[in-house]
Design a protein around this ligand. Structure first.
Ligand SMILES: Cc1cc2nc3c(=O)[nH]c(=O)nc-3n(C[C@H](O)[C@H](O)[C@H](O)COP(=O)(O)OP(=O)(O)OC[C@H]3O[C@@H](n4cnc5c(N)ncnc54)[C@H](O)[C@@H]3O)c2cc1C
Length: 362
C-alpha cells in the first residue's frame, strides 16, 4: 500500500492550503463561538469548493473518492481551522432511502449549507433501544401530525429541517412500525429547549418537543415502516472511519501537549501518541479497502470503538498535561467523554461485535 498523495491529490492539497492560508484564524474552532458560526463556516467551505467532496455531483458534491475528505480533515487540523460539519449521515440516508423527488428537493440545500438540518432519533426513553421510540405520526388527510419528545438533538436550535423518526403503526412489531420524515422545525407545535453540556457548550444541542406539528405526507422518507432500515443506514455511516477522520486533530493535539511538557512525558501522553498513530494507519487501511470496493457492515462498530478509545486517550492526556487549570484542555477532556455515547454507545458497539462479528450469544 502506498499512502502518499497521487499527483491530483497533491494538487488538491496545495490549493486547499493556499485557501486556508488566507482565512486562518477567521473562524473559531471550539466552544459556543464555533457552534454559532458553524453554518457560515459550512458555506465558506462549500463556496471555495471544499465541501461535499465525495458526494454526488448532481446534488452539489464533487464525486471524488473519500480520501479527499481525509485530506480536507488533515489540512483543516494543520491550519487550526474548524472541522468540517458532519452531514454525511444525512446524505447517506437520503441517498439510499429517499425518493428522487425528495433527493432533488433537499440534498442541494443540505450540501451547500443554505438549509440547516438536525437528526431527531433519540428520546428520553429511547437511545440505545431506539426501536422503543414513542413519538407518533398520525395521518390526517395529506399530512401527518406529530406528537413526541426528542432529546440530544444536535443543531436543533438552528435547524430548518429535521430527519425525524416517528411511529406510524402502533400495531406493527416495534422495528416495523417506524417511519422517517423531513419535518420543518420552524412551525407551530415545535418547541426547542437548549441543553448545556458539561464542557460549557450551550449551543450544540437541545430537546425538541412536538405537539401537533405537521408534515406533508409526501415528506416521508422511503415507505411507511422504512424508518428502521433508514436509521441503520444512518448510524452505520456515523461509525465509518472516513467520516470519523479526526485523526489529524488528535495527532495535532498530542504534538501540542508534548511541546508543553518539561521533563518526562506522562504515561497518558505516550499512550495517546501510540493510539493516535494506530488509528491513523487503521483509517488509511479502511480507505484503501473502500477504494478497492470493499464495503463494511458491522465492522463499523470496531472502527467506532477504536476511535472512541483514541479520542478518550487523547482526552486523558490533555487532562494529565493541563490539569483542571487549562479551560481548553479541560474542555477537550470533557468532550471526549461524549464520544462513547454519541452515534451508539461503546457497550452497544461491543454487543454488535460479539453478536454479528464473533457470532456469540443467541
Ligand atoms: C454529543 C452527542 C450528540 C448527539 N446527537 C444526537 C442527535 O443529533 N440526534 C439524536 O437523535 N441523538 C443524538 N445523540 C444521542 C445518542 O444517540 C444517545 O445518547 C445514545 O444512543 C445513547 O442513548 P441514551 O443516552 O438514551 O443512553 P441509554 O441507552 O439509556 O444507555 C445508558 C447506559 O446503558 C448502556 N446500555 C443500554 N442498553 C444496553 C445493552 N443492551 N447492553 C449493554 N449496555 C447497554 C449504555 O451503553 C449506556 O452506558 C447524541 C449524543 C451525544 C452525546
Amino acid at each position: 500500500m502506498d499512502y502518499r498523495d497521487s499527483p491530483e491529490e497533491a494538487q488538491f492539497r496545495t490549493r486547499l492550503r493556499d485557501w486556508l492560508d488566507g482565512i486562518a484564524g477567521t473562524f473559531p474552532t471550539s466552544g459556543d463561538e464555533y457552534w454559532a458560526r458553524q453554518g457560515e463556516w459550512h458555506r465558506a467551505l462549500y463556496e471555495a469548493g471544499f465541501f461535499g467532496l465525495s458526494w454526488p455531483r448532481e446534488f452539489g458534491g464533487q464525486d471524488l473518492p473519500p480520501v479527499y475528505d481525509v485530506i480536507l480533515d488533515e489540512e483543516l487540523a494543520v491550519a487550526s481551522a474548524p472541522p468540517r460539519p458532519g452531514l454525511g449521515y444525512l446524505v447517506a440516508g437520503f441517498g439510499r432511502h429517499a425518493s428522487r423527488q425528495l433527493q432533488q428537493r433537499f440534498l442541494p440545500g443540505m450540501i451547500n449549507g443554505s438549509e440547516r438540518w438536525c437528526q431527531g432519533f433519540s428520546e428520553p426513553g429511547a437511545g440505545s433501544d431506539l426501536a422503543s421510540l414513542r413519538t407518533t405520526a398520525t395521518r390526517d388527510g395529506d399530512e401527518y401530525v406529530i406528537h413526541g419528545h426528542k432529546i440530544w438533538t444536535s443543531y436543533s436550535d438552528v435547524a430548518d429541517w429535521c430527519l425525524l423518526l416517528a411511529r406510524t403503526d402502533p400495531d406493527a412489531p416495534r422495528h416495523k412500525g417506524i417511519s422517517a420524515f423531513v419535518i420543518a422545525m420552524k412551525q407551530p407545535g415545535v418547541e426547542q429547549r437548549p441543553l448545556k453540556m458539561i464542557s460549557g457548550v450551550t449551543k450544540e444541542f437541545g430537546q425538541v418537543l412536538f405537539d401537533g406539528a405537521r408534515v406533508p405526507a409526501d415528506q416521508m422518507v422511503g415507505e411507511p415502516g422504512e424508518g428502521w432500515p433508514l436509521a441503520m443506514t444512518v448510524v452505520g455511516h456515523e461509525r465509518e472511519p472516513s467520516t470519523l477522520g479526526f485523526t489529524a486533530r488528535y495527532a495535532k493535539l498530542v504534538r501540542q501537549l508534548a511541546s508543553r511538557v518539561d521533563g518526562p512525558a506522562p504515561d497518558e501522553l505516550a499512550w495517546a501518541a501510540v493510539q493516535t498513530e494506530m488509528l491513523r494507519l487503521h483509517v488509511r487501511r479502511r480507505l484503501s479497502e473502500q477504494l478497492d470496493g470493499i464495503t463494511h457492515g458491522p465492522d463499523g462498530s470496531l472502527d467506532k470503538l477504536l476511535m472512541t478509545w483514541v479520542d478518550q486517550a487523547v482526552g486523558h492526556a490533555a487532562l494529565a498535561v493541563g490539569g483542571t487549570r487549562d479551560p481548553e484542555l479541560l474542555g477537550a477532556y470533557m468532550y471526549s467523554r461524549a464520544q462513547s455515547v454519541m452515534g451508539g454507545t461503546s457497550q452497544i458497539q461491543k454487543n454488535i461485535i460479539s453478536g454479528r462479528i464473533l457470532g456469540l450469544g443467541a
